[in-house]
Unconditional design. Sequence first.
Length: 462
Amino acid sequence: MPGKMSAHYHCIICSATVARRRTEMIRHIKRHVEKGETEASASFNKPQEILQESNTAVQVLPNSNTPQKSSTFFNPVMKTNRQLIFCALVVLSEERKPLECLDAFSSTGIMGLQWAKHLENAVNVTLNDISDHSVAVIKENCRLNKLRAVTKSDEMPEAECETLDEDLVGTIEVTQMDANVLMHMRSYDFIHLDPFGTSVNYLDAAFRNVRNLGIVSVTSTDTSSLYAKTVHVAKRHYGCNIIRTEYYRELAARVVLSAIARAAARCNKGIEVLLSVALEHFVLVIVRVLRGPSLADESTKLLNNLIHCHWCEERIFQKEGNMIEENPYKQLPCDCYKSMPGRSAVMLGKRKSQEMNTNAPKRLKGEVRTEHPPFYYSIHRHAIGGLNIPKLNKILQSLSDAGYLVSRTHFDPTGIRTNATLATLKAVLKKNSSLSNTSQISSYKEGSEGQNEETPLQEAAT
């Protein structure tokens, strides 16, 4: 006889199938109600909040900083991210106007609203989100900021105005479709990708139609994989092996850059890195698009494997060649190559563009135009036990006087970027370090005990 058939339920909202228990379906529907995706949600909705950021107001639901609990995601911690992206857009707007700008994952629309309010006629902003509720929130936030929200479709050649108030200060186009579909359909000068998790699924579509000398900014929030907490996920998404190192933040940024460079090269386009930032909650990379197969080849030539020593934290890029080396770990300058090192595909090259720093202060011009070695050493990681860590500027000056390239890094406030070997850095640390208070006390006690022991012997000899 055939087995017993279990009951299952079909959700008419999201077309999901929930099996076995009726209580599971009730909980499933309740989640839709709490997110405001049903007609019955009005009785369950909590009062909405209005938040202000950079002279822009947005209306959000409670728990808006948790994507799992709210359909409209707004995280105040990402304010730094939005400011950096806005700076890149301002630089591009000085080169050509008007700019076609796309925020592919708008959620509340806070980023695009700031673009439209502060840059006004210099940009034509498109806010996109696939969620019905997010699109409704975006239109409401447009009204809140005195901006006209319009929608365009193939069936309606003219724009459908959502509001016709006379005191409106600008217009924003709102679309509701898959981000990949939208980027394949239309071309833009500026594209920002900020999906929930990895962004590798949208890179090909972003570089497919982006205009020459345009800018693509990518925010990756999958820090668990990029920061080597889930290495199998990093292998699946980025095709590289990542291990936890002292320079893990810079390694994460270079891993994202390697994925971006490959995606651009598949579209016969190269990239110029304008900015890369890795903080606790996200990794932000901003690149300029350079059209042409030769420029694409130049970008891919900068991709290389990194060999890292687990024991002493020494690292070196693998030498290129057609011959397979029997033991590539012998390339490390240390003698620990018999241990088990890790390898990762990273991008080697200029990380900052001179064009982005044309208005930098004069005292920074020399530093901006200097190409520093990749990766950095953490001074606290290599501090010598029992000795006080010298001031960072003192270490920088000592390495510079010895003829090495040296600079600080924004990835780590205690990091030093230099082409000196780890052994040389440790020698400089030891030379410039002083005894700590505990070491001085212990040495003083040992000296006192030694004097007390010698006194009776001297008296006996007398």
